[in-house]
Design a protein around this ligand. Structure first.
Ligand code: ZN
Length: 477
């Protein structure tokens, strides 16, 4: 009989915590005795996971804002992930760059986010990624099409994202993305992933978990000798940070020496999705605009999702930032027309990732875009414009909408990104987009404090020592 297989996928990601004006992480007393939460979670989770050799045995992705942090502050941890990716035959997969909910983004933004995520992966880990973690597993057919265009072969999704009443998640499926192309979808096991995430008692003993929870689900065979495969997908931070000692649980669950007593093999995503000889994966359709962490489509990031008591601030926040993005994009094209040699600012934006991740200097990038005879002033304007686009992309990080109140630090962070972007563009174009942003933000209210969005924006900026924004126009109120 064909042995069953287990894939454990860990999604490692942190909301970006850098001050967009300085690229440094401000000290955060709530993370004591550490300087900030990145440092604390590195000590509690990323470093022990790396030191235990786990990345060679599981499937994982490290978000790009996290790889940037590790590269700077914990390079040995990042190097261990890279080395174990190689040792495990390619265990890492990419993630689109800023943890943006891709189906909510413009087509151009989806392309850039996916391009940047793939480039970050190649730069950090020395090979091309073939699969991608979609932030919050947010998906629609257009996103999968863009992903396939970029060379991505596979994604991991929640079982309820399959457009059938009951999907057997123990095998890969093919999604037709049009143009004769397909992308492979692996649906994780909802019960087991939920147990690992939310039932600490279930994960106290890895051998018992393997025996009592995993093995029975792999017992029933699939047709055509296809080996049944379970995928457990969770946030990586639960192993050691959200739940103590679960790094040790994970180590034991996937340990080679534990295999002897088991009826299944631990494999990576690549092996799990590989075509069975002579059998194409069955075709399936996905439910558009769905995710793993909201059972109301994508409402958690757009509107009044019932998961929070009062989500009425979320729609206006998105509307304000979308209007800002539109304004910045119009200004970008106008500024670009004034920079000799800059033919296509959007193609330049896709390549600017190399400067963001430190693979290339800004000067080299600008000289390459504008030609060696370009002036220093034009190169400087180009870099400011690209930096504005970088933070305009970053202001859509999903964390800003995830929680129950916009006075939280995650929303402060997306507002700071917006401020960085709009101040650069207003400086370059002489436009007044920031004043309009403040007016738009004034339409939302914090449920817990009653503060309006303009006041939250001012506070988010004053906390990092930035000058206050312009006052709203008198007639705007
Ligand atoms: Zn929801």
């Amino acid at each position: 009989m064909t042995r069953g297989r287990l894939v454990v996928h860990a999604h490692f990601y942190q909301p970006f915590r850098v001050d967009p004006f300085t690229d440094r992480i401000p000290d955060d007393l709530s993370a004591a005795p550490f300087r900030n939460w990145n440092e604390r979670i590195t000590a509690e989770c990323y470093r022990p996971i790396a030191e235990l050799g786990i990345p060679a045995r599981i499937s994982w992705n490290l978000g790009a804002t996290l790889t940037a942090y590790l590269a700077r502050e914990a390079p040995t941890v990042l190097a261990a992930f890279a080395e174990q990716d190689r040792a495990g035959g390619g265990t890492g997969i990419a993630q689109s760059f800023h943890h943006t909910i891709l189906p909510l983004a413009s087509l151009a933004d989806r392309r850039t986010e996916i391009t940047w995520g793939l480039r970050d992966f190649a730069y950090r880990f020395g090979r091309e990624a073939t699969a991608m973690w979609l932030p919050e597993t947010g998906v629609d057919l257009a996103t999968l099409r863009v992903a396939a265009d970029a060379g991505i072969k596979a994604v991991i999704l929640a079982p309820w994202q399959a457009d059938v009443s009951h999907v057997d998640p123990r095998r890969p499926y093919r999604v037709d993305v049009g143009g004769g192309r397909h992308i492979t979808a692996m649906f994780y096991d909802g019960d087991l992933s939920g147990a690992v995430s939310f039932e600490p008692a279930a994960t106290a003993d890895a051998d018992r978990f393997a025996r009592e929870r995993v093995a029975p689900r792999l017992a029933a065979p699939l047709p055509d000798d296809v080996p049944p495969t379970l995928v457990i997908a969770t946030d990586g931070e639960l192993y050691g940070h959200h739940q103590s000692f679960r790094d040790l649980f994970l180590q034991r669950l996937v340990a080679p020496e534990a295999d002897a007593g088991r009826t299944f093999d631990v494999v990576g995503l690549q092996a799990a999705i590989a075509d069975q000889e002579g059998h194409l994966h069955p075709e399936i359709r996905i439910r558009d605009r769905t995710s793993w962490s909201c059972h109301h489509g994508l409402l958690r990031w757009t509107a009044e999702c019932p998961d929070v008591p009062d989500g009425r601030w979320k729609g206006p926040l998105r509307a304000a930032l979308e209007r800002l993005a539109g304004g910045i994009d119009v200004a970008t094209e106008a500024i670009a027309r004034d920079i000799p040699g800059l033919d296509d600012p959007w193609a330049a934006r896709d390549r600017y990732v190399d400067v963001v991740i430190g693979a290339r200097s800004g000067d080299a990038f600008a000289a390459d875009c504008l030609g060696s005879r370009s002036t220093a002033a034009d190169r400087s304007r180009l870099l400011d414009l690209m930096e504005a686009q970088r933070w305009r992309l970053g202001m859509f990080a999903s964390c800003g909408w995830f929680w129950d109140d916009p006075v939280r630090t995650e929303t402060h962070q997306v507002l700071r990104a917006a401020a960085r972007a709009v101040r650069l563009v207003d400086g370059l174009a002489g436009s007044g987009l920031e004043r309009r942003l403040v007016e738009d933000l004034a339409t939302l209210r914090s449920p817990s404090t009653g503060m309006d969005g303009a006041a939250i924006y001012r506070k988010a900026l004053s906390e990092i020592g930035q000058p206050p924004p312009p006052e709203p126009h008198p007639t705007a109120r």
